[in-house]
Design a protein around this ligand. Structure first.
Ligand SMILES: NC(=O)c1ccc[n+]([C@@H]2O[C@H](COP(=O)([O-])OP(=O)(O)OC[C@H]3O[C@@H](n4cnc5c(N)ncnc54)[C@H](O)[C@@H]3O)[C@@H](O)[C@H]2O)c1
Length: 367
């Protein structure tokens, strides 16, 4: 009989969200891991991701769902006790909300993360922990020399941002994520937990309920499909690199497989120069793909917004061989296909949102 402890037992905090539900689906469909999704469903729309997971996973019997909050240390400890791997995606994700309620932002992002780390430190399993931090920990990067050429800013040194960039925590969200980022990193040095930190730029793909505050590429595609005008903060020439969710999940796999090299490391993860574009360039691409004209108006830039952020992912590539495979056009296309499917499904109710009655039918959901 296979030793139960040798089975992968994967706990995903924030597992109903965009990154979490895609990762849960990948694990259920292409590995034999048991998957425990832990999420308080606070992000609007994510209950649809849980319905989708239940309905489309190849092995739903390996899926357990806990509707819970990472601020609840006892519930977190209970979930962590059985896990051999932990992916921590649960977060207050928007800079804007962090400005209106910094205390809530801190309690979820900083204290919630400490709850997970403490539970892992007290677990006998020494679980692998991957934490998704953000490029916002590098601040607004205003010291970079930029020129405005045509429809985008360009960096004079043509370099992306590497892990040697000094931390410059900016905005309550930047501070709370940066705090969590440093705690996760330090628990590997001080308590020898095998932790990895990903500092991510924009991730995009299906199952992302993007809005003005977070998930902008998906938000732009949804707005195009619904013929809703957009608001752009700044002149629209600010540049971001975009990474497809499929490439991000390949990066998760690579770092776990090469844990002897990656444990204790911090990696910048993003699409890199080849997948960088300004907001107006992304709008151009969406218009081509969807055939819809996007209307937008310009507003004053938002506090702390970076004019130019492109990831230098060479450290991760050097340690694991990983590099992005999907280009920006393919990523936008994948969101477009999913959004069309969702629109059709909403018409036929093929994917039903999780109502309280449906939740009761998920045995583990009440745990
Ligand atoms: N998507 C991106 O472009 C991006 C970029 C950089 C960093 N990140 C980070 O990656 C992670 C995942 O992002 P995402 O895009 O999947 O976001 P998401 O909002 O889709 O997923 C986050 C999930 O966490 C859950 N959650 C929020 N507060 C919680 C709490 N207190 N307890 C339990 N669950 C809670 C939400 O309900 C949601 O399902 C986040 O930590 C985010 O900061 C994302």
């Amino acid at each position: 009989m296979k030793n139960l402890l040798s089975l992968r037992s994967v706990l995903i905090f924030g597992g109903a969200g965009f990154v979490g539900s895609n990762w849960a689906s990948r694990l259920l469909n292409s590995t034999s891991a048991r998957v425990h999704v832990f999420d308080n469903l606070s992000r609007r729309g994510v209950e649809q991701n849980l319905s989708w997971l239940r309905q489309h996973a190849v092995a739903p019997e390996r899926l357990k769902i806990t509707v819970g909050d990472i601020r609840d240390a006892a519930l977190v400890a209970e979930a962590v006790a059985g896990a051999s791997e932990i992916y921590h995606f649960a977060a207050q994700v928007a800079v804007t909300s962090s400005l209106s309620d910094p205390r809530h932002d801190f309690q979820v992002n900083a204290l919630g993360t400490l709850n997970i780390l403490e539970a892992a430190r007290n677990s006998r399993r020494q679980p692998f922990i991957l934490f998704t931090s953000t490029n916002k920990v590098y601040g607004n990067l205003r010291q970079r020399q930029l020129v405005l050429t045509g429809r985008r800013y360009c960096a004079l040194d043509e370099k992306g941002v590497s892990e040697s960039e000094p931390l410059d925590l900016y905005s309550p969200y930047g501070c709370s994520k940066g705090t969590a980022d440093q705690y996760v990193h330090d628990y590997s040095r001080i308590f020898a937990l095998p932790t990895v930190v990903f500092r991510m730029s924009c991730i995009a793909g299906p199952r992302q309920f993007g809005n003005e505050d977070q998930g902008w590429v998906a938000h732009f595609v949804h707005s195009a499909l619904q013929s809703k005008p957009l608001t752009i903060y700044g002149n629209g020439r600010q540049v971001r690199d975009v990474l497809s969710i499929d490439d991000l999940m390949s990066a998760f796999e690579r770092v776990r497989e090469r844990m002897e090299k990656t444990a204790g490391q911090i990696y910048n993860v993003g699409g890199g120069t080849a997948n960088s574009a300004s907001l107006v360039e992304v709008i151009d691409q969406i218009e081509k793909i969807t055939g819809k004209k996007i209307r937008f108006r310009l507003e004053r830039p938002r506090l702390g917004d970076q004019l130019f952020y492109v990831t230098d992912y060479h450290k991760l590539q050097k340690h694991t061989g990983w590099k992005p495979k999907r280009n920006l056009r393919q990523t936008i296309q994948s969101i477009y296909e999913w959004a069309k499917q969702e629109a059709r499904a909403a018409g036929s109710l093929a994917v039903r949102p999780l109502t309280p009655a449906l939740l009761e039918r998920i045995p583990e959901a009440a745990s």
